[in-house]
Design a protein around this ligand. Structure first.
Ligand SMILES: [Zn+2]
Length: 192
């Protein structure tokens, strides 16, 4: 019997097999009997050892830990947001990639703390790369120079102005919004 198989592609979290069929090999994990991909890459099945693994894509060296990136928030959840990166260390990048901005510890919600919104979709943010674990670019804005550098009013769509250290205001409609803002918020042109 022929064992040559097309190698399907997998993305992190994709279900590759059930644990009755295969053993989890490199770059996979067993999650309650489902073998899933830990990284993006090609799926490799070893029929001798009955092991399934992921061969990660050879990625160009895009970013390193401690780089900074500037991009636009595309979507946000309670503890993270997706950032589409346009600038790498202040220079335009034409490679299409996104990072995952961690908002843990920034959104408040502790005892006696009011819940705040560190970033909103559409905001331009400057972020630090703090980890590249599992092929994901993990970003943080927990530094004075990092955070939102430009944002539009959620009410009328005009650019927001700096109000205080954590508040932005709209001169047009009087709307006030909270963000984790970078020290140079509001400078024009934006410094990526
Ligand atoms: Zn407004």
């Amino acid at each position: 019997m022929k064992e040559r198989k097309k190698t399907p592609l997998a993305f992190p979290g994709d279900r590759l097999a059930v644990s009755e069929e295969f053993l989890p090999g490199p770059h996979t994990y067993d999650s309650s009997g489902q073998i899933r991909a830990l990284r993006a890459g090609s799926v490799v099945k070893d029929m001798k050892s009955m092991e399934i693994s992921v061969q990660p894509f050879a990625e160009p060296e895009l970013t390193r830990v401690d780089d900074w990136v500037t991009g636009q928030v595309e979507g946000s959840q309670a503890n993270s947001a997706n950032v589409h990166v346009f600038f790498l260390n202040g220079k335009p990048t034409y490679k299409d990639f996104s990072g995952m901005l961690s908002l843990r510890g920034l959104s408040g919600g502790g005892r006696g703390e009011r819940r705040t919104t560190p970033v909103k979709p559409g905001d331009i943010v400057r972020c630090r790369v703090f980890s590249l674990v599992n092929g994901i670019i993990h970003l943080t804005i927990d530094e004075p120079d990092m955070g939102v550098v430009a944002a539009l009013c959620g009410n009328c769509g005009r650019p927001l102005l700096k109000g205080s250290a954590t508040k932005l205001k709209c001169d047009e409609c009087g709307n006030v919004e909270e963000r984790k803002i970078a020290r140079d918020f509001g400078n024009t042109p934006i410094e990526p």
